[in-house]
Write a protein that binds this ligand. Structure first.
Ligand SMILES: [Zn+2]
Ligand SMILES: [Zn+2]
Ligand SMILES: [Zn+2]
Length: 142
């Protein structure tokens, strides 16, 4: 049994070829847009509709097998790194995204002074800046 099958079964999800293919693509790492995931899934399976890929991603995300992030100004992206409270650093120049370990280790990383009676379980932290390539480009332009 492949690790993809084990993952799906461990979450009580039916094992289907599109689900296995999407898991396999996500296991390659990175933060991928749906278009890119669809393109790579089609290299593995003959025909898969974009809607089918969306459906699979929704099911995987609900089951905690993939994580959906949506930095401001960027389409939704999906990744296989789940179960930790890692954050993202996003380049303002080119949109490159990298993982950053949580400094405190567990959610929520920040304690609000007042939560208005809410039970807070997560703080959405995104770091913004310029990636090394964009920094080099900026220096070259000067
Ligand atoms: Zn950049
Ligand atoms: Zn990530
Ligand atoms: Zn944190």
């Amino acid at each position: 049994m492949s690790s993809g099958e084990e993952l799906l079964r461990s979450k009580g999800l039916r094992v289907t070829r599109p689900r296995l293919a999407v898991l396999d693509v996500l296991a390659g790492g990175g933060h991928l847009e749906v278009d890119e995931i669809t393109r790579r899934v089609r290299q593995r399976l003959d025909s898969v509709s974009t809607q089918a890929v969306y459906d699979v991603l929704g099911a995987l995300s609900r089951a905690g097998l993939s994580r959906r992030i949506e930095p401001a100004g960027s389409p939704a992206r999906y990744e296989a790194r789940v179960g930790d409270n890692h954050h993202h650093v996003v380049c303002r120049g080119c949109g490159e995204i990298a993982d950053v370990d949580c400094a405190t280790g567990s959610a929520p990383c920040l304690d609000p002074h007042t939560a208005h009676g809410f039970e807070v379980d997560e703080a959405e932290v995104t770091f913004w800046g310029l990636c090394p390539a964009c920094q080099a480009r900026r220096s070259a332009d000067d």
